[in-house]
Design a protein around this ligand. Sequence first.
Ligand SMILES: NC(=O)c1ccc[n+]([C@@H]2O[C@H](COP(=O)([O-])OP(=O)(O)OC[C@H]3O[C@@H](n4cnc5c(N)ncnc54)[C@H](O)[C@@H]3O)[C@@H](O)[C@H]2O)c1
Length: 378
Amino acid sequence: MAKISIIGTGFVADLYMRSLETFPDIKILKVYDKDAARLNEFSTFWKVNAATSLDEVLALNAGDEVPDLILNLTNPGNHYEVSKQCLEANRNVYSEKPLATQMDHAYELYELAKKHNRILTSAPCSYMSEVAQTIWLAVRNKMIGQPLLVYAELDDDFITQAPYKKWISESGAPWPFKDEFIVGCTLEHAGYYLTWLMMIFGSVKKVVAASAELIKNKLPDLPNSAPDYSTATLFFESGMVARITCGIVAPHNHSLRMIGDKGVLEVNESWNNSAKVNIRKRYVVRRKLINSPFASRFKINGLTHPKVPRRGAAAMNFALGPAEVLAAMQEGRSTEVYTDFALHLNEVTLAIQNSLDTEGVQVMKTKCPQMTPMPWAK
Ligand SMILES: NC(=O)c1ccc[n+]([C@@H]2O[C@H](COP(=O)([O-])OP(=O)(O)OC[C@H]3O[C@@H](n4cnc5c(N)ncnc54)[C@H](O)[C@@H]3O)[C@@H](O)[C@H]2O)c1
């Protein structure tokens, strides 16, 4: 049985707990939060062991049971410091996104993981999901011919006017709206499509992006918030080009369209592991060029992965990533690929977020490793 511990028991930790229920072979040793009241509420609700200190969750005392992997589910501004403490204590880390809010911190964590021969990786893991793996199989099977262009949208509507103070997680954690506005929708969400595109098309060579804060003074006491809109054109080494947009201004749209020389692939929701993958062939009728009005669904045959019901905005199994890392460790497979993947994701995401109206062309320094399809998607 694989063993994990969790640091940060806020809003997203509840989504992990529901997801972890689908992997009964993963045992939760300890959970920890610096907010004692939150920790108590969470550990009582889920009937899990609360650690009284960070040292305890890191199992630094003699006789402590050592977790195989620690999930860092703290706020983005705390990821670097918490992951660093884990790595320095010789523990493997799966961090919520982003790996770090500054690239120098991400590099430092990366070097630390190498030095201690530890695993360091980050969310999101939805690229391991049925929908993303189905897209990849459709590309490998040339269902739309040669892919040339992707339009990926991660617009979440005019969130500042949404009743977000009523959004409460299962065990009672409020949606951390202040933090979400400070961190920004690009750091929070770009990964939900970036990871899919990196998995399928490899390294992003250049980013040409712009970002802006359109809704000023989101909260009266908010010191400085992040861009609430960004758009980027990504130039992949493989020749593919993708345009990705993130925002909390335009109406909800999480669609992805991939245009190939033989047709178009469409998905309408990145936050649903079971979303349909539709293909429209392109053809000519007399003097007209037509993208078929009838979409045909492309599917993977057989069982894929355990699903969780929709909670709030998403139907995603957040435990797919930790489960895969633990499986790789148990099977003696290399996990370096996940560390390199996380670093490249962090660099591309920060390039988009920080572009504002000044950056122009940004050349990426990191590379995306060659990924492998999930065993059920080969
Ligand atoms: N809220 C969502 O819907 C959602 C969805 C997917 C991913 N995420 C990601 O999950 C992460 C956490 O977000 P959240 O919504 O759960 O935030 P949250 O504020 O609800 O929870 C974070 C928790 O971490 C704790 N914490 C912070 N620093 C700590 C430290 N040094 N030691 C111990 N505990 C510490 C806080 O006290 C808090 O309880 C973020 O990276 C976010 O991007 C959030």
